[in-house]
Design a protein around this ligand. Structure first.
Ligand SMILES: Cc1cc2nc3c(=O)[nH]c(=O)nc-3n(C[C@H](O)[C@H](O)[C@H](O)COP(=O)(O)O)c2cc1C
Length: 348
């Protein structure tokens, strides 16, 4: 289903405006993971090394600013500033969906970021359903024109169902994803946008050659709530208000699969990040908190959020007694009964 740029524009801007209002309190499942204090570890905070390699790129912290925007006037400035902050902090950056630029090639410059040459890892993003609407060569061409390193394909069934005119036919996604992974010529990742991956059969996609998965799990930005604001029948989706796999559960269910595993969805601070890595992720991603920081105080807001985030991450490493990222797998942790029960999976 093709959309006019006006439609995409106004919907994307509505999404952004949601973050100009106060954050509503909601359940965050990183509070269900407990790390242990290590008072005896002889460490110096200044000597803690947070550097890592992600998909062949060197980063100062195992983190990514996740897909938010691009292609709209309101989003272009935000994208530019987020990319700038990602370059300064030497973390990965992912733009929002490129669909708008595939429909309107004159918008390609929105995805050609000023500082992108300084970005260690820059990814583009597109929806799995939209993949089938464009030849892989057109996407590959855009990847080259924007100097991107990788493509993230998002899966967002609940978000689409919550839109009056959202997609309803997801039957072709396996074919489209497989074809893209085979022919794009760039690493391809899969991501959710807030509902997470359960005990999915990722094997087909891993065998096809995907580079990784971002859980995009439940517990962070609530797209059902956002979409419901523009939906003529919000009662319809009420039963699905708590739908989704909490991010830590999504990580625990999909770790050790020889792919990059990114914990996204509800990662609010540096302590959440260390918890996410302790339970099996090798990178964290965040979107909503960065948008909120931007609307509070622009580039300064984004930089302050990142600075605090990485200081918290370093402090969490110090408190748990580790001095580098390679030591994270040795961290012990415990989880709440509620998380434990999510992992108690039955077959019918
Ligand atoms: C304003 C906004 C726009 C977003 N647009 C996209 C998008 O175009 N493509 C995508 O895959 N995810 C998109 N997302 C989802 C995020 O990338 C992320 O997966 C999700 O918000 C969960 O992370 P969070 O809890 O840190 O916000 C968007 C998120 C926000 C806040």
């Amino acid at each position: 289903m093709k959309m006019s740029s006006e439609n995409i524009d106004s919907r994307k801007n509505r999404h952004l405006r949601y973050f100009t209002t106060d954050e509503k309190p909601h359940r965050n499942f990183f509070d269900d993971i407990y790390l242990f204090n290590s008072p005896l570890a002889p460490l110096n905070t200044d000597a803690i090394d947070t550097g890592c390699t992600f998909s062949g790129s060197g980063l100062s912290f195992p983190a990514m600013i996740s897909a938010v925007t691009g292609g709209t006037d309101e989003g272009a400035e935000l994208n530019r500033l987020m990319a700038q902050a990602a370059a300064v902090h030497k973390i990965a950056f992912q733009s929002g969906s490129i669909r708008i630029a595939l429909e309107n090639p004159e918008l390609t410059p929105h995805f050609q970021l000023n500082r992108q040459k300084e970005l260690s890892f820059y990814a583009l993003n597109i929806g799995a359903v939209q993949l089938g609407e464009y030849p892989v060569s057109q996407i590959s061409d855009l990847m080259c024109k924007t100097n991107a390193h990788a493509l993230f394909i998002h899966l967002n069934k609940l978000q689409e169902l919550a839109q009056d005119s959202g997609d309803r036919d997801f039957s072709q996604i396996k074919r489209s994803i497989t074809e893209t992974v085979k022919n794009l010529g760039f690493p391809v990742f899969l991501k959710e946008t807030g509902c997470g991956f359960g005990p999915e059969l990722l094997e087909h996609y891993i065998a096809s050659g995907i580079a990784g998965v971002d859980t995009g799990g439940y517990g962070g930005t609530d797209f059902l709530e956002i979409e419901n604001q523009g939906n003529s029948n919000s009662e319809l989706m009420k039963p699905f208000e708590n739908w989704g796999v909490p991010t830590p559960v999504s990580v625990m269910l999909n770790k050790s699969k020889n792919i990059e595993l990114i914990a996204g969805g509800g990662v609010r601070n540096g302590l959440d990040a260390l918890k996410a890595l302790a339970v099996g992720a090798n990178l964290v991603s965040f979107a909503g908190p960065v948008v909120r920081a931007y609307y509070k105080s622009g580039l300064n807001g984004i930089n302050n959020f990142l600075k605090n985030f990485f200081t918290q991450f370093r402090y969490a490493m110090l408190l748990t007694g580790i001095s580098c990222i390679d030591e994270i797998p040795k961290l012990k942790y415990s989880i709440s009964h509620q998380l434990e029960s999510y992992l108690n999976i039955r077959k019918s």
